[in-house]
Ligand binder design. Structure first.
Ligand code: FE2
Length: 277
């Protein structure tokens, strides 16, 4: 049985802080960064076009791998929800996880704004689980947490790994899994790794995934450069790692895709790069 996933990421909906409370701490830095660099990169019109384009496509499941917003402002979450609404009619067909920009500063509110606006696409459990068909299961992780001023890093919690390990054991041996997490596990050749921008526990998490041959796909965002990477395993199928960030950003020179369509057919995975029209 076939299943088609549309994978988008890092939409970065933005508004500007209005009052002193919103301007506090790290948001000043983020807002300055936004004003200088990002506002022109993520016009709302591109996000609306992306929604229209995806509405016209045939798919079974939509994955958004974090960074819905820029500064975690409530108006940004509301704007994101309103714009994406045509794609969110059936929560069973949508997986949305948070990125570091959705947990930009410590929020007093419980549940936090990501959960308030998108909780139905993750839920209250440690991991988010959706069965695509008898062969494939999607598992969403929440590794985004607030940091100090100069860090954008995340952490996959021990409890997340444990819950995933238990889940894997609960399915028949032939089941294949797709992990959705905001942060990359691989980088382009020659990439200068910044430990304060990536997963704090990147290497153990990557090794853990490689030890589980039924995890065939890893969908992420965070670095705004679409790519498809492959990690070989010794005597098991390879792991495909797909980066769909950023699906709404204006295009840099040479960019060949804005997001991906992923077709799963029994054991086969086909990843198609798609350009935002
Ligand atoms: Fe990010």
């Amino acid at each position: 049985m076939n299943a088609t996933i549309i994978h988008i990421s890092d939409l970065h909906f933005h508004t500007y802080p209005h009052n002193f409370r919103e301007w506090k701490s790290k948001r000043v830095l983020g807002a300055a960064n936004l004003l200088l660099r990002r506002a022109g990169q993520f016009p709302l019109q591109r996000a609306k076009r992306l929604v229209e384009q995806i509405q016209k496509m045939k798919w079974d499941h939509l994955v958004i791998s974090g960074d819905l917003t820029q500064l975690s402002l409530e108006r940004e979450f509301a704007l994101t929800r309103e714009t994406l609404e045509p794609l969110l009619k059936d929560p069973e067909r949508v997986t949305i996880i948070p990125g570091n920009h959705d947990r930009y500063i410590q929020q007093d509110e419980k549940p936090d704004l990501y959960k308030k606006y998108f909780g139905e696409f993750f839920g209250g459990a440690e991991i988010h689980v959706r069965k695509l068909n008898p062969d494939w299961v999607i598992v969403g992780w929440d590794s985004a947490h607030p940091n100090d001023w100069l860090s954008a890093a995340g952490t996959v919690r021990r409890s997340t790994i444990q819950a995933t390990e238990n889940l894997l054991r609960s399915f028949p041996e032939k089941t294949r899994f797709v992990i959705v997490n905001h942060y990359p596990l691989t980088f382009p050749e020659g990439w200068k790794l910044d430990q304060f921008h990536e997963l704090y526990n990147l290497v153990p998490v990557r090794n853990w995934i490689l030890r589980h041959p039924n995890i065939r796909l890893y969908l992420h965002g965070h670095i705004h450069l679409n790519w498809l990477h492959r990690l070989q395993r010794d005597s098991a199928p390879e792991l495909l790692l797909v980066n769909s960030a950023s699906s709404t950003s204006t295009l840099y020179r040479g960019q060949k895709s804005s997001f991906h369509q992923i077709d799963l057919q029994e054991d086969k995975v086909r990843v198609c790069p798609i350009m935002l029209k």
